[in-house]
Write a protein that binds this ligand. Structure first.
Ligand SMILES: NC(=O)c1ccc[n+]([C@@H]2O[C@H](COP(=O)([O-])OP(=O)(O)OC[C@H]3O[C@@H](n4cnc5c(N)ncnc54)[C@H](OP(=O)(O)O)[C@@H]3O)[C@@H](O)[C@H]2O)c1
Length: 365
């Protein structure tokens, strides 16, 4: 027997809206919203879900542009005549109803996808129970909707590459990104000192104050990072202690100048390329400082380190529950789960258009 469902259900079916694409390109040109019917009574191991919130992450955009190595397969589905895929990899869903063979979930539970390429940009979805991870409601919906990618990446990068001990220093660029804000807070919880590089702006002081309140030890601009003179100030801050780890999501000169701050045997971890410029490391740093340069991809770690997704989420969730990792600034784009295709489309397009102005979420009610 399948159990009951919410007010979104109409008779025996629900009209689900999905943001999909049939060819790669800019999201404002290739994405469209279509609706399709879902049975309101799932069968067997199926779970009927309504989306609570889903973020716009840079990798979601890269996927739609066709430049991201992991992509959902384009398939003929949702009543479309050509192969399509649904955008989005991360999100929080609430269970509306479960099939009679579902054992670990019930109506009202929160879940997130247990893998990438789920296609989260939609109002409702019918999923197998095995593709879902239950989330306890001990953290905010926005935190749960964004826990699997950015805070998890920050946690893994701070714990997998160097054995950092309380009092150690790390440096990062993109300090005000969602990953950066998470790294600041997780670093503080681990007793680490951080230097966060941000781009200069009119309201720099406001941003510095905000990141400092999150636990940043020091926040510097790209210009300060580039200045040889400023290197001395950093050496004074660290009291000569070597900076062991550098986290790079920008590339270009920003990264080169950041690597110069690493101490002997330090590690550069590259996880993003927001400037679209390559990572260049001076030969002398490799030879005389024995710098190690590695890449990081949280999605690859799901397979590479079995259990890493679940264990990381658990650790990060505990920090959120304890108040060590607070809700970082996010911008909500609200829309009703029962809204028209056009309204859902507009909510996503607005979020996409503002995605360079801070972390955007589409929030369904
Ligand atoms: N490899 C992985 O497993 C993994 C996991 C998670 C995230 N990521 C990557 O991490 C990066 C950050 O993701 P997010 O979701 O945290 O981002 P976000 O919150 O959207 O923030 C984007 C950041 O990039 C900065 N930025 C953009 N263009 C820049 C440029 N040309 N030069 C310098 N800085 C620039 C922004 O600075 P302003 O505020 O100055 O614009 C902001 O700090 C992305 O590249 C993402 O793909 C990778």
């Amino acid at each position: 027997m399948s159990r009951s469902f919410s007010s979104s259900a109409v008779a025996n079916s629900i009209r689900a809206k999905v943001m999909l694409y049939s060819q790669y390109g800019q999201p404002d040109q290739v994405l469209r919203c279509v609706s399709h019917e879902l049975p309101s009574s799932p069968k067997g191991k199926e779970v009927l879900l309504q989306t609570i919130a889903c973020p716009i992450n840079p990798s979601d955009i890269n996927q739609i542009q066709g430049v991201y190595p992991s992509r959902p397969e384009l398939k003929v589905q949702y009543g479309q005549s050509e192969p399509v895929a649904v955008g989005g990899n991360e999100g929080l869903f609430k269970v509306l109803a479960v099939g009679d063979q579902v054992s670990g979930l019930k109506e009202g539970d929160w879940v997130i996808p247990s893998n990438v390429n789920f296609g989260t940009w939609r109002s409702h979805v019918l999923s197998e129970e095995s593709a879902l991870m239950k989330m306890e409601k001990t953290i905010s919906a926005n935190q749960a909707a964004t826990i699997a990618v950015n805070p998890s990446s920050a946690y893994q990068m701070l714990t997998l590459f160097e054995e950092l001990k309380p009092g150690d220093w790390f440096i990062q660029n993109g300090g005000n990104s969602q990953v950066g804000r998470s790294a600041i807070q997780i670093g503080k919880k681990l007793g680490l000192n951080s230097i966060s590089i941000v781009r200069n702006r009119d309201n720099l002081k406001e941003l510095v104050d905000e990141l400092t309140a999150l636990g940043a030890t020091k926040v510097i601009t790209e210009e300060e990072n580039a200045s040889k003179e400023f290197g001395k100030t950093i050496a004074e801050w660290t009291n000569g202690k070597p900076i062991k780890l550098a986290l790079n999501c920008v590339g270009g000169d920003n990264c080169t100048n950041m690597v110069r701050k690493l101490g002997q045997d330090g590690t550069l971890v590259t996880y993003g390329g927001m400037s679209m410029k390559p990572v260049t490391i001076p030969t002398t740093l490799f030879i005389f400082k024995n710098i190690t340069a590695k890449g990081f991809w949280v999605s690859a770690n799901i397979k590479r380190i079995p259990g890493s997704r679940e264990n990381t989420i658990k650790a990060v969730q505990k920090m959120m529950e304890d108040g060590d990792l607070v809700d970082v600034k996010m911008y909500e784009n609200p829309v009703s789960a029962d809204a028209s295709e056009e309204e859902v489309y507009q909510a996503f397009q607005k979020a996409l258009a503002n995605s360079n102005k801070g972390k955007q979420l589409v929030v369904f009610s």
